[in-house]
Ligand binder design. Structure first.
Ligand code: MUC
Ligand code: MG
Length: 376
């Protein structure tokens, strides 16, 4: 009965363009609005589960774009799932794997929607379907990424004053290293010695630049260095990991858990950034956490500037991980001018809260979704 009620009737995709409160810069892209694809899965019982695929300024951070995600869902992933029981999560992931290789964002959006739909049908939060939450709030980092240290200091001070964020990730690599170091010095002296600062170079530096620049980062008491060299330069990353006193955070160098095992085995870093856009699903995200832990690698709850929908999907998984040493960076809902849900995730006392309620615990704001939908 329940299985029949929760058969998948339709899977649809909508491209959303959501303006951000300011320009957000990375070494390889720059955004003034976020590109999302909203996946909606309708079940036989009428319940509609929602999930979100996030991109960053086109197919630049990763190879997927809103257009490719829309096409993968509409033409390949949806047909593979119609008529299947929504609660057969593993079997549905296998079907998606056969229908399309990689395309992680697209698959993760659909799997998020399946957990949302099934959760609503059973009256259970997605976290309960993922093993059960061991925490209901997680420390949340804010990213400073305008490139203007005066603006960034002001922004950071405001976050501290509001008690929303007390740890900051500074995006580097879109300026010269000298400019980056000067900017970091200004931020460190403006924020004081006690504020935790991490940096994300987004693959911009060579091994030689890392060797030259890391001592300066050490001087400035940087706590973590994220993906300093090209993702494909694994041996170089392992060499600099071995010589630096600052732990390296593996981001673009490992999408799948198999890639993670390869980079972990040669010592590319000691912390891993968990993201749905890399793992391709909630269950795979949990398995990636297991692989990292089996190598003694610490966990960091990564993001790709998701709205409250994608953030809720990540929180459903993160809440179930026995260990999450570095907390999370799901500031995405706060960088959007308007979120896509009726009640955005709650940020208080420097933490982000796991939304309560069935499924992902969020409800679409249909008016805003309509207003921000791209018209082809
Ligand atoms: C990345 O590379 O980590 C996450 C936060 C942010 O500012 O950029 C993203 C992507
Ligand atoms: Mg990164």
């Amino acid at each position: 009965e329940l299985l029949r009620d929760t058969l998948i009737r339709s899977v649809t995709a909508t491209i959303i363009e959501a303006p951000t409160v300011r320009q957000h810069k990375l070494s390889n892209t720059e955004i003034a609005y976020q590109g999302f694809v909203l996946a909606r899965v309708q079940l036989e019982n009428g319940v509609v589960g929602v999930g979100e695929a996030s991109t960053l300024g086109g197919p630049r951070w990763a190879e997927e774009s809103v257009e490719s995600i829309w096409a993968a869902i509409t033409h390949y992933l949806a047909p593979a799932l119609i008529g299947q029981p929504a609660m057969h999560f593993e079997a549905n992931a296998v079907r998606m794997g056969k229908a399309a290789t990689r395309n992680f964002s697209a698959k993760a959006a659909i799997e998020s929607a399946l957990f949302d739909g099934v959760g609503h049908s059973l009256g259970l939060p997605a976290s309960a379907l993922l093993g059960g939450a061991v925490r209901d709030r997680i420390g949340v980092i804010w990213a400073l990424a305008s490139g203007d240290p005066v603006q960034e200091l002001e922004e950071a001070r405001e976050k501290l004053r509001l008690r929303q964020h007390k740890e900051f990730k500074i995006k580097l690599g879109f300026n010269t290293p000298e400019t980056d170091i000067k900017r970091l010095e200004q931020l460190r002296s403006g924020l004081g010695d006690d504020v935790k600062l991490i940096v994300d170079v987004n693959q911009a530096w060579s091994e030689a630049q890392c060797i030259r620049l890391f001592p300066a980062l050490d001087e400035l008491n940087v706590a973590l260095i994220e993906q300093p060299v090209q993702a494909s330069q694994r041996e170089a990353m392992a060499r600099i990991a071995a010589r630096t006193r600052i732990p390296l955070l593996i981001d673009e160098a490992a999408f799948t858990k198999e890639e993670l095992a390869s980079v972990a085995a040669i010592g590319c870093g000691s912390v891993y950034s968990l993201k749905l856009v890399k793992s391709g699903g909630l269950l795979e995200l949990k398995r990636a956490a297991g692989v990292a832990q089996s190598f003694g690698i610490e966990l960091y709850g990564g993001c790709l500037l998701e709205s409250s929908i994608g953030a809720a999907a990540h929180m459903a998984v993160f809440s179930t991980l026995p260990k999450l040493e570095w907390g999370s960076e799901h500031f995405g809902p706060r960088i959007l001018v308007d979120d896509l849900v009726e009640e955005p995730l709650i940020f208080e006392e420097f933490e982000i809260r796991l939304p309560q309620g069935p499924g992902l615990g969020i409800a679409l704001d249909e008016d805003r979704v309509r207003a921000m939908s791209r018209r082809k």
